[in-house]
Design a protein around this ligand. Structure first.
Ligand SMILES: NC(=O)c1ccc[n+]([C@@H]2O[C@H](COP(=O)([O-])OP(=O)(O)OC[C@H]3O[C@@H](n4cnc5c(N)ncnc54)[C@H](OP(=O)(O)O)[C@@H]3O)[C@@H](O)[C@H]2O)c1
Length: 313
């Protein structure tokens, strides 16, 4: 019985090396060169080709090597097997770093200071206290909750929005479409850590921008998206940045990726772009996490961090 590594867009070598180091007694196969597909019992995957996983008749568990599973749920032929997603403290910390960095870039007006420096200009801007800035975290799951806690510790006024009510000390939490307007109306900096599902696709559009607070310290709202590119309507965000309805943005995810060189977003005003690097998956940390789960599964213990296929995340 073997473990399959099927990753696209990343180098599979690091994952194979990590698995061999952590579980030297197990056979590790690299997609697509699998001699006998019948021997594969577990698959570690990132963006596998649609239909590929159904070619393994004895596959028992699918491990997504990212926290998001839209790369799997979009496969109409995905076998009806348990899908485990990565929840790992290393990945969570990396995401919180990126979110805090981006919130501070906008809160402390770092983009303006970078422009002043390029002009050799000594000029100071008004500085607000963090407690005057209302940060709204859309998606109060594993990543959103950690980022929200870190921002609250820095003194920001933090609220969260999720599908079902969440109780996080120090963070006011709203839930469901019925409370979305109230959440947006009280948000100066919107942090987006939602999964991409049929319900969330395109949620970051021009209408949402117009429901964000306009009376905050920055004179207009900011959107920070590290969820998935499919959450945003890129043309709406670009238009809102250019006509001033959005004061700034930080975008790590796009549809398609890579962001095409001719996308207007590259030079939209006050827009920070990073190439889907907010939280990279570390092969050593995440392989150790998967091997632990495989061992527990073989002892008859339940799998954890299972994806709910009907919810889509
Ligand atoms: N850019 C990167 O490098 C990177 C890296 C890792 C992950 N990500 C993205 O981050 C996302 C979040 O990861 P996670 O581990 O925090 O996921 P998670 O623990 O599953 O949390 C998802 C959150 O979104 C909420 N949600 C889902 N559908 C919703 C809807 N229709 N309306 C309102 N709220 C909704 C959930 O509500 P409930 O609490 O009610 O369930 C939950 O609070 C991933 O799906 C992935 O797309 C990006």
């Amino acid at each position: 019985m073997s473990i399959l590594v099927a990753v696209r867009g990343w180098s599979p070598e690091h994952w194979i090396e990590a698995l061999r180091a952590i579980a030297p007694d197990r056979r590790v196969e690299r997609a697509p060169d699998v001699a006998d597909p019948g021997t594969v019992r577990y698959a570690l995957v990132w963006k596998p080709q649609a239909g590929y996983l159904r070619t393994f008749p004895n596959l028992e568990v699918i491990f997504s090597l990212g926290a998001g599973v839209d790369h799997l749920t979009s496969d109409p032929e995905l076998p009806n097997l348990p899908v485990v997603r990565i929840v790992d403290p290393d990945l969570t910390r990396r995401m919180t770093e990126w979110i805090v960095l981006q919130v501070l870039i906008h809160h402390r007006q770092q983009l303006a200071y970078a422009r002043f420096q390029a002009e050799r200009r000594w000029h100071d801007l008004r500085q607000w206290s963090a407690s005057e800035m209302r940060v709204g975290v859309m998606g109060l799951g594993v990543l959103g909750t950690d980022a929200a806690r870190a921002l609250a510790r820095l003194g920001f006024h933090v609220s969260g929005w999720s599908r079902t009510p969440r109780h996080v000390p120090g963070i006011s939490s709203l839930a469901g479409l019925g409370q979305l307007d109230a959440f947006l109306a009280g948000t100066d900096i919107l942090v987006v850590l939602l999964p991409l599902t049929p319900d969330t696709r395109g949620i970051l559009d021009g209408r949402l921008v117009d429901r964000l607070a306009v009376d905050g310290p920055l004179g207009g709202p900011v959107i920070i998206n590290a969820g998935r590119g499919g959450l945003q309507v890129a043309s709406d965000l670009d238009a809102a940045l250019r006509d001033g309805r959005l004061r700034g943005a930080s975008l790590d995810v796009f549809e398609p990726e890579p962001l095409p060189a001719d996308s207007p977003l590259w030079d939209a005003p006050n827009c920070v772009i990073t190439p889907h690097v907010a939280a990279e998956s570390d092969p050593m940390a995440l392989s150790a996490n998967v091997v632990k789960q495989i061992e527990a599964f073989e002892r008859g213990e339940p799998l954890v961090n299972l994806v709910d296929r009907t919810r889509g995340y």
